[in-house]
Design a protein around this ligand. Structure first.
Ligand code: RFL
Ligand code: PHB
Length: 400
């Protein structure tokens, strides 16, 4: 078999890349170990930066996002019993984010690739990439019926997430890894209850961080800081709601957390990780395959989309004999990746309770929070990073 670009992984990075390449008349084959149903049900991110929304819109993918996505012009930061609004619109000259679940982005992308007749193979096994230093790298996989395939490509995109195989095929001496684990995890729930807030609430509390997000006018998404090795069996729904209510409470204001049936729950570890460079020969890594951020900054999905918006035109040029944009791919992406890595680390360490931290550390955290909500300069820094930095100009990902 022959294709121009072999793509490993049908998450947001792989699916969007395949669509952006198709807009440029470039063929791809996407292989995915999970089933379509699993990919469409996996609960993950929910916040999309304005640049990512524009990219989806200009790629013709935002029909449902424009109807169902919820535009948000700010967030609340809560600490020391007070809730403060950070107004992104006012601080950044009108920039916003949109709440639209990653699962919905993935559903939209899968439907579009299938409608366009794109090669998208679910439930594959034994994925391998080979001959990456040649001009004809090879992608091998076994399809859902047990038939082994070998696809000769011009380039391969490793969009297979943090636990994928592509990053591991790069000889270890050729990559630099920077990594930090955090001494806590997030317990996330999806709940069948209208949000108790008009904007996301990031709450710093002596018992640990909590986040109130949402999915729709009737469905809420909430997170709690828990121990890094915590087991979900220790958290019956009643305990989760009691802990959330405590960490969001605002005595004397009449505000209350609405509770409802829990539709989904899970625990996510927190890690910062950057593997560089993002290219090895004709293998290009994109999204979580190359870098992970803790979810506090809402950046992972946005970085995945930003990477492939750079990769699509770079592969187009490479396939026409111009290696320039492909040579610049890694450095271009890593500039945004490191900014988001710093912002996510900063938000995470400012908002979580650090186990074992002394009173000095606790006072420094509170001072930082008071500074962010009282200084226009500090609030603007948060706002411009949250809405996406550098701001994305008109997407270069689309064929001109
Ligand atoms: P994905 O989504 O992990 O997709 C990779 C795909 O590759 C498949 N795969 C393979 N396929 C074939 N062969 C193999 N050998 C394979 N190995 C793996 C996998 O099955 C999978 O389908 O990576 P991608 O596309 O890079 O997308 C990245 C995002 O998913 C991730 O960064 C975000 O979800 C992170 N994130 C958030 N990002 C945001 O921008 N805003 C948010 O609000 C936000 N909240 C979150 C988050 C992540 C969370 N979790 C669960 C990690 C909240 C949470 C709780
Ligand atoms: C979410 O809605 O899932 C979400 C929102 C903001 C974050 C992380 C996750 O920082």
């Amino acid at each position: 078999m022959r294709t121009q670009v072999g793509i490993v992984g049908a998450g947001p990075a792989g699916l969007l890349l395949s669509h952006l390449l198709a807009l440029r008349g470039i063929d791809s084959v996407v292989v995915e170990i999970r089933s379509r149903a699993y990919c469409e049900a996996r609960q993950r991110a929910g916040v999309i930066e304005d640049g990512s929304v524009r990219l989806l819109r200009e790629a013709g993918l935002a029909g449902r996002l424009d109807r169902e996505g919820l535009e948000h012009g700010g967030i609340y930061l809560q600490f020391a019993g007070e809730r403060h609004h950070i107004d992104f619109r006012e601080l950044t000259g009108g920039r916003t984010v949109t709440v639209y679940a990653q699962t919905e982005v993935v559903k939209d992308l899968i439907a579009r690739r299938i409608a366009a007749g794109g090669a998208l193979h679910f439930e594959v096994t034994d994925t391998e990439v080979d001959h990456l230093e040649s001009e004809r790298p090879v992608l091998r996989y076994t399809d859902a019926t047990g038939v082994r395939h070998e696809v000769t490509c011009d380039a391969i995109a490793g969009c297979d997430g943090f636990h994928g195989i592509c990053r591991l095929t790069i000889p270890p001496g050729l990559t630099t890894v920077r990594e930090r684990e955090y001494p806590y995890a997030w317990l996330g729930i999806l709940a069948d209850v209208p949000p108790s807030t008009d904007e996301l609430i990031y709450s710093h509390h002596r018992d640990g961080f909590a986040l109130h997000s949402l999915r729709s006018p009737t469905v809420s998404r909430l997170y709690l800081q828990v121990e890094p090795d915590e087991s979900i069996v220790n958290w019956p729904d009643a305990r989760i709601w009691a802990e959330l209510a405590r960490r969001f409470e605002l005595p004397g204001t009449g505000w209350e957390l609405k509770q409802g049936p829990v539709l989904d729950k899970g625990i996510t570890p927190m890690r910062s990780y950057v593997s560089a460079p993002m290219r090895y020969g004709r293998l290009f890594l994109a999204g979580d395959a190359a870098h992970i951020v803790p979810p506090t900054g809402a950046k992972g999905l946005n970085l995945a989309m930003a990477d492939v918006s750079v990769l699509a035109p770079a592969l187009d040029a490479l396939l026409s004999g111009d290696d320039g944009p492909a040579a610049a791919y890694s450095a271009t992406c890593l500039n945004r990746v490191w900014r988001a890595t710093h912002f996510s680390w900063w938000m995470t360490t400012m908002l979580h309770r650090t186990p074992g931290a002394d009173e000095m550390a606790a006072e420094l955290q509170l001072s930082q929070l008071r500074y962010v909500v009282s200084s226009r300069a500090a609030a603007t820094s948060l706002a411009e990073n949250y809405t996406g930095y550098p701001p994305v100009p008109a997407p270069a990902a689309l064929a001109s």
